[in-house]
Design a protein around this ligand. Structure first.
Ligand SMILES: Nc1nc2c(ncn2[C@@H]2O[C@H](COP(=O)(O)OP(=O)(O)OP(=O)(O)O)[C@@H](O)[C@H]2O)c(=O)[nH]1
Ligand SMILES: C=C(OP(=O)(O)O)C(=O)O
Length: 228
């Protein structure tokens, strides 16, 4: 009897999501989140990964973290977690990509930021389909300074240039900038209270919403974390 043919692997992506140690995470939200800053960082990462796993062309998500709280939380929602080499963001991404290629040698590999709490699976699918047209491609963040996604076709060297003004760096590296309509949730990274306000208006995932509501309940002024 013939076995059903597996879907061609080249259309399936492994996404690498970096999550740094929570004590150092989301410091620009310190004032707004107070004692809930680490919880907010984990919530962002969990909502991001859950939405990524719900995307039809994502085969798996490899999370790179050695954080003792984030690692089990992300594994619990289906991520494949590997330890952090502790040599910075791009080293963490390259480490995750090596694992991605080991797991799926014929698949495409992408890096996705962990702070996209409004991520919608269908919008991510648009980005991945567009990226698949190029050897290496990236999506600028909402501010058009950084990057939220960088990816390569099967067999193409994975050379991420995240951190700081990474849009310019990815352009210099020769990656194709994806200029797409209708992908606001994939570009909406959250680093500041203003970013959080924008994400809330797009609609965030359930874990982020729960932490934001908790912060609001505990705020003496009754304000939102995004208004501090
Ligand atoms: N695994 C891993 N992830 C990292 C590392 N550095 C940064 N990241 C992740 O990369 C993304 C961008 O990081 P940063 O902008 O440096 O830090 P942040 O926590 O988002 O925010 P700030 O503390 O406000 O700068 C976040 O998803 C981080 O968790 C690292 O050394 N290892
Ligand atoms: C690391 C980056 O993002 P941010 O510092 O905005 O989180 C980046 O855009 O390369």
């Amino acid at each position: 009897m013939l076995k059903a043919m597996p879907a061609p692997q080249s259309s399936a992506w492994t996404l690498v999501v970096p999550v740094k140690t929570l004590v150092a995470a989301k410091t620009r939200l310190s004032r707004a989140a107070g004692p809930h800053r680490a919880a907010l960082a984990v919530a962002f990462a969990c909502d991001t990964v859950e939405a990524a796993l719900a995307c039809a062309t994502v085969a798996r998500v490899v999370v790179v973290t050695s954080d003792p709280v984030a690692a089990p939380a992300l594994a619990g929602i289906g991520a494949h977690v590997v330890g952090d080499p502790e040599a910075g963001l791009n080293a963490a991404l390259r480490h995750g990509a090596t694992e991605a290629v080991r797991l799926a040698p014929a698949g495409s590999v992408g890096a996705l930021q962990a702070d996209l709490p409004a991520l919608r699976p269908a919008e991510l699918a648009l980005v991945l389909a567009a990226a698949g047209e190029f050897d290496q491609a990236f999506l600028p963040d909402a501010a058009e300074i950084g990057t939220t996604f960088y990816g390569v076709r099967p067999g193409v060297p994975f050379t991420p240039g995240f951190s700081g003004e990474s849009r310019e760096r990815h352009l210099r590296y020769g990656a194709k900038e994806l200029c797409l309509e209708g992908v606001a949730s994939v570009r909406r990274d959250v680093d500041t209270p203003d970013d959080l306000r924008s994400a809330l208006s797009l609609g965030v995932g359930p874990r982020t919403l729960a932490v934001v509501e908790k912060i609001e309940r505990e705020s003496p002024a009754g304000g939102t974390p995004s208004s501090s």
